[in-house]
Design a protein around this ligand. Structure first.
Ligand SMILES: *Cc1c(COP(=O)(O)O)cnc(C)c1O
Length: 377
């Protein structure tokens, strides 16, 4: 049986990138290694649509967020943390762990925090020095409207920090046009790579703030990385074999074109949503992100068993809900190296499993709806 990885991280890795990962490990302080790093940083700038500096870190996405959150906000200062899901909540806890007064601005899981809520929070807390928002909240499948929030934050002294871990390379993301000061991502979501690398872009406004205080960080002190950016190098041993592999994935992303990739993701999302409705199921997210679809498990069905059947019988690995959503939702990724036929396989497999579990479905309806939406008919 063929195994198909369709979770919203990690995601499948293209064959040519996997082959690169099979090559011997070279030394890392060489002109060749610096040339690879340079190309990778430029590639991430392209994915982020930014001229800002990009810093490469050897960590998962959380490391890049920790670097951004801790370097941007001094201990004892106040910051606004918007969240409507598990990842946003993580950043709220992270700030608290570093002695930062994190003001929560929330919405129930499945909904999005509105730009109006952020605007009101900025008015109520003019001393806030940062605002943190998760672009694509992977735990619920919800998208936040960065284009609307960016200009609101830009008018204030606050820095706009964005978790783009599952959105960079999947959703429209315009770092410069939307005034995003610090944008973080990890390699294993839409960048077509295994886990292990993380990136954060830093605007001039953010650098000014970061350089004005001594961050409660050492490994994740972004100024150390900035100092090495000319003829780029890294302050610590980089995961240079991963960087070499990412170079391959980024070349492919460039060849496809970032706007085409965004459009393709949106098209896959439309196909997935149409199939969900055709099966008589509901979406969990009120404002769904294009990189994944969160589907409500119908009442009376065991969501954990449903996922087990998909994996064991059909080789389809989808994700479930986390914490209180465990067993209640199914999350299907359609980002990175996942194409229409992968998504179709998942949807048809889901329909098969629903039928096996005695849920009323009309076989063929998921595929038909997905095809129609895909073709735009
Ligand atoms: C996956 C994910 C994270 C966590 O990233 P790690 O790489 O596991 O540290 C954080 N935020 C979002 C939105 C994610 O999708």
């Amino acid at each position: 049986m063929k195994y198909r990885l369709l979770t919203p991280g990690p995601t499948p890795v293209p064959e040519e990138t996997l082959l690169e990962l099979a090559r011997p490990v070279p030394y890392h302080r060489t002109p060749e290694a610096r040339a690879i790093l340079k190309e990778v940083l430029e590639g991430v700038q392209y994915v982020f649509q930014t001229q800002n500096d990009v810093i490469a870190l050897t960590s998962s996405g959380t490391g890049a967020m920790e670097a951004a959150l801790v370097c941007a906000v001094p201990r004892g200062a106040k910051a606004i943390c918007a969240y409507a899901g598990r990842f946003g909540e993580r950043w709220h806890k992270l700030w608290q762990a570093f002695g930062i007064e994190s003001v929560p601005v929330t919405a129930p899981y499945g909904k999005a925090v509105s730009p109006q809520q952020i605007e009101a929070a900025l008015k109520a807390h003019p001393d806030a020095v940062a605002v943190c928002v998760v672009h694509s909240e992977t735990s619920t499948g919800v998208k936040h409207d960065l284009a609307a929030i960016g200009p609101l934050v830009a008018k204030t002294q606050a820095l706009f920090i964005v978790d783009a871990i599952s959105s960079a390379g999947a959703l429209e993301l315009r770092t410069d046009a939307w005034n995003l000061d610090l944008v973080a991502t990890g390699s294993q979501k839409a960048l077509r790579m295994p886990p292990g690398l993380a990136f954060v872009s830093v605007s001039p406004k953010a650098w000014q703030r970061i350089e004005s205080h001594r961050p409660a960080a050492f490994y994740f002190d972004l100024s150390r990385y900035r100092a090495k950016l000319k003829d780029p190098d890294t302050p610590f041993t980089p995961a240079h074999t991963l960087l070499r592999a990412l170079q391959i994935s980024l070349r492919r992303i460039r060849a496809e074109g970032i706007e085409n990739i965004w459009n393709n993701c949106a098209r896959l999302a439309r196909a997935a949503r149409a199939a969900v409705h055709a099966m008589g199921l509901e979406l969990f997210a009120e404002v769904p992100a294009e990189g994944l679809t969160a589907i409500k498990v119908p009442d009376g069905l065991d969501g954990v068993e449903l996922l087990q059947r998909l994996e064991k019988k059909y080789g389809l690995k989808l994700a479930g809900g986390q914490d209180h959503l465990k067993g209640k939702i199914v999350r299907l990724a359609h980002m990175g190296y996942i194409d229409f036929f992968d998504v179709l396989a998942a949807l048809v497999g889901l329909e098969c499993v629903l039928a096996e579990m005695g849920h009323p479905v009309r076989l063929g309806s998921a595929a038909a709806a997905a095809q129609q939406a895909w073709l735009g008919t």
